[in-house]
Design a protein around this ligand. Structure first.
Ligand SMILES: Nc1ncnc2c1ncn2[C@@H]1O[C@H](COP(=O)(O)OP(=O)(O)OP(=O)(O)O)[C@@H](O)[C@H]1O
Ligand SMILES: [Mg+2]
Length: 482
């Protein structure tokens, strides 16, 4: 191993300072050989060039007068740990000695301590450790049992990374339902165009045409999708209230029930239009609101005599896309509420396979401020879904705007570049073990590099995301061709 520096000053258990003989990049892995614990893995968290050049001499330098500058490169390193005889990661209990040599860590040590193994049975291969040829695989059981968040500023590569994750889930035959507000994920059917990166990352272009099932409330606009409808007859009055966007059950449930009974007595195969007519005839302020909301639901064409059945929607081992492109935001909320609660109820009764529910643009469906129709069910899934094998993945460009309780329930975070200070603060608050240095590094991450916390790893790591096997559907629209 190449020596890169020496420990100096006061040495703590968790971190130490080093003078550097050779520049090492922030985030690079280091090694200290300790007589008690053997090779201990560390990471460079911060770098500083210290010099004796004061303002006056800098001024002279500016005027062309030569002046000697004494400088040194100083680093702050964080101790990650070593594997003990039982294979557990431990941190030294006695600080390193000042003056001890610090080396650049080699790949076998990094792989051993971080636990980077190729092709484990339950691993989702998402890329390689930054600046190394070591594969990063996320533990799929952890993802599904402990929820995931994908956070980055707009254009940061969230949808690209999610595409990588879904490809891996499909490879492992994990059932997924994806709430796709922009209709971006239909491209998972098609293989990507291979380039140099595919060979480097050992990825082969592959489409999943037969394993993608797409539904949309607006199947006219979204031609590749089957219509997504909900059956009026099997809908509980409470669920119908959700569709209508009425959360005040106390006020509206009783009048709605009597309306349904009245209409059902005349014609058991009643339609939404029949309900609208009956509500129009009713009296009182509650009935007036019911009439207005029923009219609205009728217009959305979401209700059909035979709605899409859950059995039709969820395909074991495959991915179902709920394409909401072109659907009004309030209708989107209703659809998400209905699908999420049906999935949750059926998972509780084990009537559908364990699955992974992905919510893109999650700040719209579980906002921190204000209540939308589907917030409550998403919060319930975040806090209880794991008990019933319903994993949640939230994707957002505004970490500060998504419900904090949802965000903090995600034990795996995939973070790409984030620059907004409020979003950075929300991320720092919801993730344990994120150092100040890492928070700074998040602001400067290049496209395609993610900070991963959780996912089966005990320490956060930077990962170069592998190229997609399928085509990425979220390309930005080019305004000017070059
Ligand atoms: N790992 C990667 N490798 C190569 N290109 C990438 C990678 N990640 C993202 N890109 C490119 O960056 C662009 C933006 O990525 P993406 O659509 O995933 O961003 P986003 O975070 O989902 O944005 P938005 O918030 O607008 O939805 C895309 O054109 C994509 O091709
Ligand atoms: Mg996106």
């Amino acid at each position: 191993m190449e020596e890169v520096g020496r420990i100096y000053g006061d040495v703590g258990l968790g971190q130490f300072h080093l003078t550097m003989l050779t520049p090492v990049e922030r985030g690079d892995y280091l090694c200290v050989k300790d007589e008690i614990h053997g090779e201990v893995l560390c990471q460079l968290d911060d770098l500083r060039r210290k010099s004796d050049l004061d303002l006056d001499r800098a001024d002279q330098l500016g005027r062309g007068t030569a002046t000697p500058i004494h400088e040194s490169l100083l680093g702050l390193a964080r101790v990650i740990g070593y594997r003990d005889g039982a294979g557990l990661v431990k941190v030294p209990t006695i600080p390193f000695r000042p003056g001890a040599q610090v080396y650049r860590a080699d790949d076998p040590l990094i792989a051993q301590v971080l636990g980077l193994h190729r092709h484990s049975a339950s691993g989702a291969y998402v890329g390689m450790l930054r600046n190394h040829e070591l594969p990063v695989e996320l533990d799929i059981n952890q993802l599904v049992q402990r929820h995931v968040s994908v956070l980055a500023k707009t254009g940061g590569g969230k949808s690209y990374l999610l595409g990588v994750l879904i490809e891996e889930l499909l490879r492992h035959k994990v059932t997924c339902v994806i709430i796709d507000p922009h209709g971006e994920y239909g491209s998972l059917r098609q293989p990507s165009e291979s380039n140099g990166a595919h060979a480097r990352f050992h990825v082969e272009a592959q489409g999943f045409a037969s394993r993608i099932h797409e539904y949309s409330p607006d199947a006219t606009l979204n031609a590749g999708a089957k219509p997504l409808t909900f059956s009026l007859r099997t809908l509980e009055p409470r669920d119908l209230l959700i569709f209508m966007g009425l959360s005040n059950v106390k006020t509206f449930l009783a009048p709605l029930k009597s309306l349904l009974e009245e209409v059902g007595a005349v014609n058991p195969d009643y339609t939404a239009k029949d309900l609208v007519r009956a509500a129009e005839r009713g009296e009182g302020p509650a009935m007036e609101i019911l009439h207005e909301r029923l009219e609205y639901v009728e217009q959305t064409k979401l209700l059909a005599p035979q709605g899409t059945s859950l059995r039709e929607l969820v395909h074991k081992g495959d991915a179902t896309l709920i394409n909401l492109r072109g659907v009004a935001p309030d209708v989107q909320e209703i659809v998400v509420a209905r699908i999420a609660s049906t999935l949750f109820d059926n998972r509780k009764k084990a009537q559908i396979p364990p699955l992974f529910l992905v919510v893109e643009e999650a700040h719209n469906f579980a906002p921190q401020q204000g209540v939308v129709t589907c917030s409550r069910i998403l919060k319930n899934i975040a806090s209880e879904g794991r008990k019933f094998g319903l994993g949640l993945c939230v994707v957002t460009q505004r970490a500060a705007r998504i419900d904090k309780s949802v965000l903090s329930q995600c034990t795996t975070q995939l973070i790409l570049q984030v620059t907004n200070p409020l979003d950075l603060k929300a991320i720092a608050q919801s993730i344990e073990g994120l150092t100040e240095g890492m928070t700074e590094m998040i602001q400067a991450l290049p496209v395609g590099v993610a900070l991963i916390t959780g996912g089966g790893y005990h320490t956060p790591l930077f990962c170069e995301i592998r190229p997609r096997a399928t085509r990425h559907g979220g390309e930005s629209v080019r305004i000017v061709e070059n």
